[in-house]
Design a binder for this molecule. Structure first.
Ligand code: PMM
Length: 283
């Protein structure tokens, strides 16, 4: 086992207490086109205010991204991502101690974000770029390794797997071991099945059904189901903002299965969900 779910994780620049169970990572997209909050937080003051609001509502981490990864999205140049996220990170850093995560697969963006005060790297390509792995190893920061089939531009065209759970699990454990060999401590590696990234609704449901197998690897598990399309497919809710109750169901089952972090938009609501799950687990 590389990590346990009942301890405090410390690293240069941050700490997280997992002893109370699953933590919330609040989503803050400084983009014009993310599927759920795109265009809402392009203004620095509004982005910062929303970040602080999520901390007040119970987010343990704020995840900031300057590039939409919605299906079909084109990549955003590093300079533009930096222009979007760095002022928000700098301002939040001055106003809250909550760890800030940078959602990018671009090493230049991650380096700028870490210099501005972020202290976690969320890489949806699971450190495909060795430079990103070296950056995280040197900075000794936690990293999220996410699974994706294809790229955001192509991933929903025709996702297919023989055994989705086994293949995603093998990929993530392989990438986690590689990250350890490059010098990232196992307790700082968070694995994420990549809900919605090159997966059909059925693939997403199977990953959630078997999410306990990911937790059983000993690496901490992060899951990002919030408001995603598969919830719309199950509930018939077209608008992402109408998928909060569906998201709540996924958060409850993740927390019961030993997931360490859920990445969500609706922090106050999911904090209630986690409080109830915690009360049941502890009674
Ligand atoms: N989902 C999105 C973006 N970044 N990062 C991780 N680690 N896991 C996810 O599931 C994930 C992510 C897309 O959703 P958004 O538009 O709400 O950011």
């Amino acid at each position: 086992m590389k990590a346990t779910s009942d301890d405090v994780l410390r690293w240069p620049g941050g700490a997280l207490d997992f002893s109370g169970g699953c933590l919330i990572m609040g989503v803050l997209n400084v983009t014009p086109d993310s599927f759920s909050d795109g265009g809402q937080f392009l203004d620095i003051d509004r982005a910062v205010a929303h970040g602080l609001e999520m901390v007040c509502e119970g987010a343990a981490i704020i995840d900031i991204g300057g590039e939409s990864t919605r299906p079909g999205a084109a990549s955003v140049p590093a300079a533009e991502q930096i222009r979007r996220v760095v002022p928000v990170i700098e301002s939040l850093r001055r106003q809250t101690e909550a760890p800030i995560s940078i959602d990018t697969c671009d090493t230049e963006v991650a380096a700028a974000a870490l210099a501005a005060g972020a202290c976690i790297v969320n890489d949806i390509t699971a450190l495909a770029d060795d430079d990103m792995a070296r950056l995280a190893a040197e900075a000794q920061v936690p990293v999220t390794l996410m699974h994706m089939q294809g790229t955001p531009r192509t991933m929903q065209a025709d996702p297919h797997y023989g055994d989705v759970v086994g293949e995603v699990l093998d990929f993530l454990v392989g990438r986690a071991r590689r990250a350890e060999s490059i010098g990232i401590a196992g307790e700082r590696i968070w694995i994420d099945p990549g809900i919605g990234f090159g997966k059909t609704p059925k693939h997403n449901l199977l990953l959630l059904k078997h999410i306990g197998r990911f937790a059983a690897t000993g690496y901490r598990v992060l899951v990002g189901p919030s408001r995603k399309r598969f919830i719309g497919a199950v509930t018939g809710r077209e608008r992402p903002a109408d998928r909060v109750f569906g998201t709540a169901a996924t958060v409850a089952l993740c927390a019961m299965a030993g997931v360490s972090i859920v990445r969500v938009h609706d922090v106050a609501a999911m904090q209630d969900v986690l409080k109830v799950v915690r009360a049941v687990r502890e009674c």
